[in-house]
Design a binder for this molecule. Structure first.
Ligand code: NAD
Length: 517
């Protein structure tokens, strides 16, 4: 049950975190695969900045074996009626609800999310199970009029096979469940390679799905977990038995993965970095806007793909907007994410803080002025952890640093005079994930949502860029990867379509009036 990291070498905080994580895993019914410190993958908690456990490292061979097991399980799972598959997901959702606090605790310990956001992440898993249960009774194809008498033309949908899921550290469990709940009701089997930074959360959530499968009499090979790093990820991407590779992470990762999957004619679904902006117009309700901006920009310590990173404010109101935001930022409680009232937890590791400091230096060199935040914050008892004060930077222009995603809480503020100018600035970045406009002017709102407005996969009015619901399709354009997950008709990506023509007549008329003898 325990990993081999010795409790004696840990600080009091890390000892407490390790004990809490292992206790949560025990309640989840999960077994932690032990490894020696020098052989396994180190599990750090951003709350202490220290290693709290060491787990088995799966490589290419173990990954290929997991794909083999999932491919074998597919041959039976695909023929289980979809509503019966839905019942497994329903049970998984019940187990998630029962263990919501346990899983959220692991998410907080490994990803550093404040308790409320960690609970929200698990709630998102429960929500997608509800959605997938409904989907299991509503997956349907079209019947299309045939031009030939006595013929029926219809579409049927079939499972693809093995779906490979690669996930990022910042949504350590929800992204897997979006993919898995939908893929499983579609009849696919799943191999998951979670982020190497959040392995305990993955072990805990996979244990619940195993339980739901086994209780219903199905083999747990329908869902496989690979505890690996780059080698395991690359093996999953290259494996020809993986029919769909759904990968969430940086644009860099997507650029490495896409050509490999395309080269073997596989399908991919990419959910990559964002560089999300909000336009604030003169008619905006500034109280509501301030709250929406602070949650989207500083929440999750700026570590969401949908984090608000750019603010494009009408020049007539920019001083007022900035003053309100600076006031709000100065009062942000930063600290242990388990403590009531904390709104900003730690960055995932010191590397993130270094990248944030480099981006701030580059912004200053470009003429930017840091109005608030940007420095490291010391939290009692956690000298190795990396806490930062979320920063607001006034920029004279959208320079290279602004056009890049820095995965930390930095909000760049720029100004505009005409809405067309704001939209052009908004779209002039490589990424296309999420966007917002704050306005009470219906014309401005509609223009932002029109084909000549935001070029993102998500475009909102009077709410921030983050915090999507599972009912809509989630994903973004351009270098964000073009994938869509979760609700709406995203399920179609997990299935293949067959067009069937059935002749129930006694003749054999050919399409387009062709006469063949
Ligand atoms: P990352 O790209 O470093 O790692 C993500 C995952 O990809 C990890 O599991 C990693 O092991 C794996 N990986 C990396 N290179 C690989 C390769 N060449 N082949 C196979 N697997 C590989 O990202 P991260 O730091 O964990 O997460 C933060 C990033 O993820 C940000 O850019 C964020 O915007 C993005 N993200 C996007 C979404 C979305 O839905 N669009 C959601 C969450 C996070």
């Amino acid at each position: 049950m325990t990993a081999t990291t010795s409790a004696q070498s840990l600080s009091p905080l890390s000892t407490e975190l390790r004990a809490a994580a292992l206790a949560a895993l025990e309640r989840l019914g999960a077994t932690v695969p032990e490894a020696a410190e020098d052989a396994g993958i180190a599990v750090h908690s951003p709350l202490s900045g220290e290693r709290i456990a060491t787990v088995r490292r799966d490589g290419a061979e173990e990954t290929r074996a997991a794909v083999g097991q999932a491919a074998e399980a597919f041959t039976t799972w695909r023929s289980v009626p979809a509503p019966a598959r839905g019942h497994v997901i329903k049970r998984f959702g019940e187990l998630l609800a029962e263990h919501k606090a346990d899983l959220a605790e692991l998410v907080t310990i490994e990803a550093g999310k404040i308790t409320s956001e960690a609970l929200g992440e698990v709630q998102e898993m429960i929500d997608i199970c509800d959605y997938a249960l409904g989907l299991s009774r509503s997956i349907s194809g079209r019947t299309v009029p045939s031009e030939r008498p006595g013929h029926r033309l219809m579409e049927t949908w079939h499972p693809l096979g093995v779906v490979g899921v690669i996930s990022a550290f910042n949504f350590p469990v929800a992204v897997w469940s979006w993919n898995t709940a939908v893929a499983l009701v579609c009849g696919d089997t799943v191999v998951w390679k979670p982020s190497e930074k959040t392995l305990l959360s993955a072990i805990g959530s996979a244990a619940l799905l195993d339980r739901a499968l086994v209780e219903a009499g199905y083999p747990s090979e329908i869902s496989r977990l690979v505890l690996g790093e780059l080698e395991a990820g690359e093996a999953l991407v290259a494996d020809e038995r993986v029919a769909l590779l759904s990968a969430t992470g940086s644009e860099r990762m997507g650029a490495a993965v896409a050509p490999v999957v395309a080269g073997r004619m596989g399908r991919y679904l990419l959910e990559l970095g964002g560089n999300n902006a909000a336009v604030i117009t003169p008619s905006a309700d500034l109280d509501l806007t301030t709250r929406g901006v602070v949650f989207s920009a500083a929440g999750t310590a700026g570590q969401r793909c949908t984090t608000l990173r750019r603010l494009i404010v009408h020049s007539s109101i920019v001083d007022d907007v900035v003053a309100r935001l600076v006031r709000a930022y100065e009062g942000l409680p930063i600290g242990d994410p388990r403590t009531d009232g904390t709104l900003v937890g730690p960055l995932v590791d010191a590397g993130s803080a270094e990248r944030m400091a480099r981006s701030l230096a580059e912004a200053r060199a470009d003429g930017g002025e840091v109005l608030v935040g940007g420095g490291e914050v010391t939290v009692d008892g956690a000298p190795e952890a990396t806490y930062v004060a979320p920063a607001i930077v006034r920029m004279p222009a959208q320079t290279a640093v602004v056009r890049r995603e820095t995965f930390a809480p930095v909000l760049y503020v720029m100004t505009y005079d005409e809405l067309d100018e704001a939209i052009a600035l908004h779209n002039d970045v490589p990424q296309g994930l999420s966007s917002s406009i704050f306005t009470l002017d219906a014309r401005e709102a509609e223009r932002f949502l029109s084909e000549a407005g935001s070029d993102c996969g998500i475009a909102n009015v009077n709410i921030g860029t983050s915090g999507a619901e599972i009912g809509g399709a989630f994903g973004g354009e351009k270098s964000t990867g073009g994938g869509r997950e979760s609700g709406s008709d995203a399920w179609k990506q997990y299935m293949r379509r067959a067009t069937n023509t059935i002749n129930y007549s006694t003749e054999l008329p050919l399409a387009q009036g062709v006469n063949f003898g």
